[in-house]
Structure formats: structure tokens, C-alpha cells
Write a protein that binds this ligand. Sequence first.
Ligand SMILES: [Mg+2]
Length: 281
Amino acid sequence: METIPAVTIDDLISRYDVLLLDAYGVLVNGDGALPGAAELIATLNRRDQPYFLVSNTAAHLPANASVRYRQFGLDLPAERILTAGSLIKPYFEAQGYRGLRCAVLGPEDSFRYVEEAGALAVSPFEDFDLILIGDQVGFPFLEGVDTVLSRLIDKFDGGASVPLILPNPDLIFPKRSGYGITSGMVAAIIELALRQRYPERIDVAFAQLGKPQPGLFEEALKRAGTRNAIMIGDQLETDIRGAVGMGLDSALVAGGVAGKQLVGGVRPTYRLDSLMPARAG
Ligand SMILES: [Mg+2]
């Protein structure tokens, strides 16, 4: 990572009109706020500097995420939180999924996102027209995956096509100690099994809504009213690849999910070693 120029958070605040911040691995982990996150958000709020949290979650509605972040000491208003879950509604409208039965693997808020999108959210144990992986928790994991996979094989064997939707393509996320798998990994399990059985079918692929797809970035830039934005993230495959695809600058934080190696030609503009502003508060 030595060849990526280092930058400070104060440089980023002064150079860019809007900061786009990833959540897990940048501001928080599964247990609380990361060092400097509370000071950064307090500074941005005090200076009235535009920023948006661009999160791949489809497991928390923005209002509930805001409550959770406040418990972590981050004063993040719901209107500054953009989630991949919020992309479900426009996607379902564009695809004509209104009124269809959508099996949801995820917690309560994943069901709410799907219901707000006009589909009938059902459990993985009921019959469905399409499936959406909202999270890795909120359902009996092995029974849920096995049941959905079995029903998908039935349907595919019968020649039907079933839309597969994945708002959050992240594979892993940082915990206080170590890492956990997330919804992208659940989708990968199902997709791998289906691909082995149906190597010729092109519809065996989850439609991804969140980063690195452009939807969240486009919404953030639209709300910000500027393209002079910097994406601050910890994952090369989602945060940085997505920013590169949008033609935006990006900063990779230290200590996140990205390893020491830059892979796949995805290269951040900067390396950011600390979120702590020089004059916090
Ligand atoms: Mg992250």
C-alpha cells in the first residue's frame, strides 16, 4: 500500500464539497464506533459540511440505523443515511415486481424495505416468485438457505426463472475481533450451487443493488448537488471499485476489510490512516 499517497481527513474536508462515508470498517464495526468516527461526525455536523453515509445495508431502515449510530455516539441523522435497502423500491418498480411474493432472508427491516417496494414479503419457508437476501441474520440460517435452494432447484428444473436480488454484495465485515460473513456470502453459496447445476443458464446470478453498483453514489451526488465528492471506504471491491466506476476520487482507510495487497487493478486515490480531525469538536 506504500505507493498510494497518504492524505489527512482535514485535507479531504477542505478539498471536497461532500464526503461519502462507508459505515462498517470506516465509522463502526459490529460492536461500536471506530476511533475518530464520533469526532469526525461531530466536526462535520458543527461545520455544516455536507456528507452522506453510503451503506450497503438492507438490514436496517435509515431511521433505525440512525438510532443505532446514536447509541454508538455518532450523531448521524436519518436523512444523511443512504442504504442499499432504499434502492429496493426503485429497482422493484423498474422490474415490475409490485405485488409479487418475495422471500426475504433477513431481519424485520429487510421485510419492511420489501413491503415499501410494493411486494409481498414472505419468509424463506413460504412459496415465492423472487428472493432477496437482506442480511445473514434474522432467519434460521441453514434451514433458510437449504429451503430456498431446494425450492429454487424445483423451479429451475421446471424451466421457471426466479429473480435473485442482493442489495448488499459485501462478503465479509469487520467485528471487534476478526470478521463475519454477510449477505453477499449467503448469495454466493446459493449461486455456486445453482451454477454447478445449471452451467448454461444466464439467469443464475444475483442482481446487485449496493456498492459497487452506481445507485447509491448517484443518489448521494443528486442529494449533494455536486460531483466534487470523495468516497471514504474500507473495501476495494465495493467502496473503491464503485467510486472508480463513477469517476470519483476515493480514500481507503487503514485497518478495514481490504488486505495489504491491491488486487484486480482497483486503486484508491488516497490512503487515509486516521479519521480524527486535527481540531475535533
Ligand atoms: Mg465497509
